[in-house]
Design a protein around this ligand. Structure first.
Ligand code: CA
Length: 265
């Protein structure tokens, strides 16, 4: 037969209950982080430009377009190579901490397309460049494995690339920005290129500047919210088990009078 709970037992239960209540109250301050709803944000680039192998020290950050080209004309020793790559940088600091990214889509508006291109998108972990200083000579190395590829065949329309892996990696590494590089790695035998609107492109009917749309479905609880929730659950379990073990008589069979007695100090 179990013993009646002592005064000490009931005091321990009372202290645990008070502590549990305090933890629950503190956790409530972070409830929006734990149960945050899905979100979406459309970002404009902070920097965009292109680089040109034929003018390796020139900068084009103020141009209204981003040019992509890879033309190889003739053969050695009279071979001419024209290689232009587009660079874009987006600030991710407005995305909530802990956001679980589902989609990240880069959109560019092609105003002129000389012929069909297969445009690859690459990530670059170096965000130190700026649109007014980047050149072909000083551009950082970018990831050799493309994130995505899209056929660009006609002008006056939008094209999409997925950048979800790069955004996830950037957020996981606490990077506040993401750099995306675009080019066509397959040489063309004629002089042709693509012009995409840059962020400096004038708004004529609609804004054609590049965008990165990021969507997330939930947000991982961040410390200390997650820690408080864990403590809350552990203490609830311990307190409930301890109280049941020492309850007399069995609370499920006790009369209201006995229950009232057992809860007294
Ligand atoms: Ca620019």
């Amino acid at each position: 037969m179990k013993r009646r709970p002592s005064v000490l037992t009931n005091r321990i239960w009372f202290v645990l209950s008070v502590f549990n209540f305090i933890l629950l109250a503190l956790t409530c301050f972070g409830i929006s982080l734990v149960y945050a709803q899905a979100g979406e944000i459309t970002l404009r680039p902070t920097d965009d430009t292109y680089v040109d192998s034929n003018n390796p020290n020139s900068n084009y950050g103020g141009q209204t377009y981003l040019e992509i080209e890879y033309s190889v004309l003739g053969s050695d020793p009279y071979q001419a190579v024209y290689k232009d790559l587009a660079w874009l940088k987006f600030d991710l600091s407005s995305i909530p901490t802990g956001a679980v990214t589902d989609e990240a889509t880069l959109q560019l508006y092609a105003s002129i397309v000389g012929e069909t291109f297969n445009v690859y998108a690459y990530s670059c972990s170096n965000d130190s460049w700026t649109e007014l200083t980047l050149t072909y000579s000083n551009m950082p190395n970018y990831n050799a494995t493309p994130m995505d590829t899209t056929i660009v065949a006609t002008g006056s329309r939008w094209y999409n690339w997925s950048a979800v892996d790069a955004v996830r990696n950037a957020l996981a590494g606490n990077f506040s920005a993401i750099t995306i590089v675009l080019n066509d790695p397959s040489p063309h035998s004629s002089l042709s290129d693509i012009w995409f609107c840059s962020k400096e492109a004038p708004v004529i009917i609609t804004d054609c500047s590049p965008t990165l749309t990021v969507r997330w479905s939930s947000i991982i609880p961040e410390f200390p919210t997650f820690l408080l929730l864990s403590l809350f659950m552990i203490i609830t379990l311990i307190a409930t088990t301890y109280h049941k073990k020492n309850a007399y008589p069995n609370p499920a069979r006790a009369s209201h009078r006995d229950q009232a007695k057992s809860s007294l100090f």
